[in-house]
Design a protein around this ligand. Structure first.
Ligand code: HEC
Length: 233
């Protein structure tokens, strides 16, 4: 038997075993040809069949993600009930994102107690991550994006030193002109912390002088805006 014939014999023999043909012949060849052409014509973008998908992919529902539980008669509340807040959370900020809301926000008061040195240090860290890229670590609008983003507010200017804390919170929540909203990066408490930090720096508090060193006694010394915040409570 020539090697070619031996190969043919082998293939036909296998074919015979797989498809249980009585006699390996032309039909076997057609079946193989058909299978090959079927495989080659399959859409490559189609993921194909998955064996036991329930084990390969989690069927868990993501919190707050759309799901079909209601249609299945399962009582699952997708979102917090209206008018309720998470335990330990701050009240919702309800002023609208428009000029009227901006004006009214001047009356909104910081609900947090004055931050201690650890809190201020954390607030500084958040400011340096999210705000300093434009406003600069010294809040003089000299961050790395200065010149690339137009009209960055120099928070050292008197108009911003005088700006009510609520209005700053409003801007951090919704954004203003070239500044975007930070509500998805910083939760309400973090936003208020950052505003307290801005206010303390604007007042020339020790934390700027001792940036990154809040363990110094200077940083914990109460400053005038913090005193006024305490007085408000
Ligand atoms: C992409 C650059 C950019 C980043 C990042 C940024 N800001 Fe601003 N910010 C601006 C610009 C631009 C303005 C001026 C907006 C205007 O009045 O047109 C501004 C204005 C402000 C004002 C003055 C608001 C007012 O009422 O006029 C405050 C307060 C402020 N930013 C706080 C923050 C805080 C807090 C963060 C970080 C959470 C932050 N900014 C991050 C660009 C930025």
């Amino acid at each position: 038997m020539s090697p070619k014939e031996a190969m043919k014999e082998l293939i036909m023999g296998k074919c015979y075993k797989i498809f249980y043909f009585k006699r390996p012949g032309r039909s076997c060849g057609i079946v193989i040809l058909g299978a090959v052409s079927l495989m080659s014509c399959r859409d490559k973008r189609e993921p194909g069949r998955v064996y036991m998908p329930d084990m390969a992919y989690s069927r868990a529902y993501e919190a707050y993600a759309p799901n079909s539980l209601k249609q299945k008669g399962i009582n699952y509340i997708n979102y917090p009930v209206d008018g309720t807040i998470r335990r330990g959370d701050l009240f919702s900020y309800t002023l609208p994102n428009d000029s009227n809301g901006y004006k009214m926000s001047a009356e909104v008061k910081d609900p947090l107690p004055p931050l201690d040195s650890v809190g201020l240090h954390e607030a500084q860290r958040l400011f340096n991550i999210y705000c300093a890229i434009c406003h600069g670590p010294n809040m003089d609008a000299q961050g790395p994006m200065a010149g690339k983003v137009g009209a960055i507010a120099n928070l050292k200017l008197p108009q911003y030193v005088k700006e009510p804390e609520g209005q700053m919170f409003h801007v951090a929540t919704y954004g203003k002109n070239n500044m975007g909203s930070y509500a998805s990066q910083l939760d309400k408490k973090q936003r208020w912390m950052v505003i307290q930090y801005i206010k303390s720096v604007q007042a020339g508090s020790a934390i700027t002088a001792a940036a990154g060193d809040t363990t110094s006694a200077k940083a914990t010394t109460p400053t005038s805006p913090k005193d006024s915040m305490t007085a408000k409570k």
